[in-house]
Design a protein around this ligand. Structure first.
Ligand SMILES: Nc1nc2c(ncn2[C@@H]2O[C@H](COP(=O)(O)OP(=O)(O)OP(=O)(O)O)[C@@H](O)[C@H]2O)c(=O)[nH]1
Ligand SMILES: Nc1nc2c(ncn2[C@@H]2O[C@H](COP(=O)(O)OP(=O)(O)OP(=O)(O)O)[C@@H](O)[C@H]2O)c(=O)[nH]1
Length: 438
């Protein structure tokens, strides 16, 4: 199920980041605990009434040195193009401004669902400051205080009920949904074109999903695939589309709807921080991942170049240690024929199930080899049994005496044991501990 996208817009200083942090706060902290994964403060994941959503603070998208009103216009455009629901924040302390009115008109015309929130209403006696904002014509006005966390629940209820019903994907379960992501200019469009132009690929004209994205379904060797959001790669010439932060947003949305993600890096230019960030999202989302080193034709090579680059990839993307690496050239088509078979393989592993008895034998052996940790009180982790509870990605639950005793390093050890026994190349694995009393 794909997550709806909620965008926050509003003038500088109205409290967008404060509200963003309130909504994603704890989750960001959890994510940052994991090694190798970097997060910025503009995209986050929130959850309300059991539904997860992406949230973007458009104020953090750097749109260049422009007068405020123009920047706001770009931010609103971006929100209108990309979001399923827009949260428009205004400042109850300052009151209604001309810039607010201009943005309100754009949002109104877009016909996207808009939730209007008046921030900095820190005390009930300030409620009357919200009345002016009804004149914006956006319906209900939610009084909130980002600083005190007041009113956010009602606001999120409204966000929740404003999510359009038709954003689910409707591909059949056997179709492999894949996307090609990466920073600008690494060759994503070229790779897609080469893949689709390959012999024996039958591209169908079926339009994509109910969303604004344009997907490309095709068939190869009797396997149905769909390339998610290939139109998203087109440059549409809007100011914000050239910014780095925007390309992250596109990637996020595509990742969300995919089973398998091809993370493209530029073999000629090398790896930069932005590549890691984009790859980090694919990993966190639990998708199968293939690392594609493109433009390999342009690299001056000796017999060690590939090994050296591979080492660099492994060091830069430690959290993706399970991902196969393909060196290829979208331009000369060299080794592009390996892409779809690899996509199919990793997709199968992403959906692989391990029999419970085999899994438990493995755990017993693992514990014999490397005893479970104890804490400072001498309490030892005891794993009573394990079971696989989900696929896509394979997810295992260990039933234990005290879940807190399962530390990252032991979890990693168990993961490695699972990987040594079963071929899970290409897919992340999740392991959770649950308390089980005797
Ligand atoms: N009194 C009051 N102040 C708030 C509230 N929410 C945010 N502020 C303050 O307003 C100022 C701006 O908050 P930010 O969250 O940085 O605002 P922003 O809209 O993200 O600002 P930009 O990053 O410039 O776009 C800060 O000084 C906050 O402490 C609130 O609910 N009440
Ligand atoms: N030498 C070489 N050049 C390539 C290869 N693939 C793409 N290019 C070139 O790299 C440039 C960018 O290619 P695109 O396919 O537009 O890259 P993109 O990642 O889709 O770029 P954005 O749309 O900006 O995100 C173009 O000039 C391509 O011709 C390759 O395999 N080898």
């Amino acid at each position: 199920m794909s997550k709806p996208v909620v965008a926050i817009v509003g003038r500088p200083n109205v409290g967008k980041s404060t509200i963003f942090n309130r909504i994603v706060g704890e989750r960001v902290a959890i994510v940052e605990d994991k090694p190798g994964v970097t997060r910025d403060r503009i995209y986050g994941t929130g959850e309300w009434l059991n539904r997860e959503f992406h949230i973007i603070d458009t104020g953090g998208i750097d749109i260049g040195d422009e007068p405020i009103v123009r920047q706001m216009r770009h931010q609103a455009e971006l929100a209108i193009d990309e979001a399923d629901v827009i949260v428009f924040i205004v400042d109850g302390k300052e009151g209604l401004t001309g810039a607010d009115e201009e943005v309100a008109q754009m949002l109104y015309r877009s016909q996207k669902p808009v939730v209007l929130a008046v921030n900095k209403v820190d005390h009930p006696e300030m409620l009357e400051r919200t009345y002016d904002f009804y004149s914006l014509g956006l319906g209900e006005v939610f009084a909130i205080s980002g600083a005190h966390g007041r009113g956010l629940g009602d606001m999120l209820d409204e966000v929740h009920s404003s999510v359009p019903q038709d954003i689910e994907d409707d591909y059949d379960a056997d179709t492999i949904k894949m996307s090609v992501i990466g920073r600008p200019n690494v060759g994503k469009s070229s790779l897609v074109n080469t893949l689709l132009g390959e012999e024996r690929v039958i591209v169908s004209n079926v339009p994509g999903t109910t969303r604004d994205a344009v997907d490309t379904p095709f068939t190869r060797d009797d396997q149905d695939y769909v390339l998610i959001d290939t139109a998203g790669m087109r440059k549409r010439g809007k100011v914000y589309e050239t910014t780095e932060k925007y390309s992250v947003l596109r990637a996020l949305k595509a990742i969300d709807r995919s089973d398998v993600v091809l993370v493209v890096i530029d073999g000629y230019e090398g790896i930069i921080e932005q590549d890691k960030k984009i790859a980090g999202y694919a990993h966190e989302a639990g998708r199968a991942v293939i690392i594609v080193v493109n433009k390999w034709d342009a690299v001056e090579k000796d017999d060690k170049t590939m090994k050296r680059f591979e080492k660099e990839v492994r060091e830069s993307f430690q959290f993706l240690n399970y991902a196969p690496i393909l060196f290829l050239s979208a331009k000369t088509k060299q080794r592009v024929q390996h892409v779809l078979p690899t996509v199919k393989e990793v997709s199968e592993r992403h959906n692989m199930r391990v029999p419970t008895n085999v899994l438990n034998d493995l755990i017993v052996d693992a514990v014999t080899m490397n005893p479970t940790p104890t804490d400072h009180r001498g309490h030892r982790l005891r794993i009573k049994y394990a079971t696989q509870v989900a696929v896509g990605p394979p997810t295992f639950v260990l039933f234990v005496n005290e879940p807190e005793l399962l530390h990252f390093s032991y979890e990693r050890f168990i993961e490695n044991q699972i990987r040594e026994t079963f071929d899970f190349e290409g897919t992340p694995i999740r392991i959770f501990a649950r308390k089980k009393n005797d």
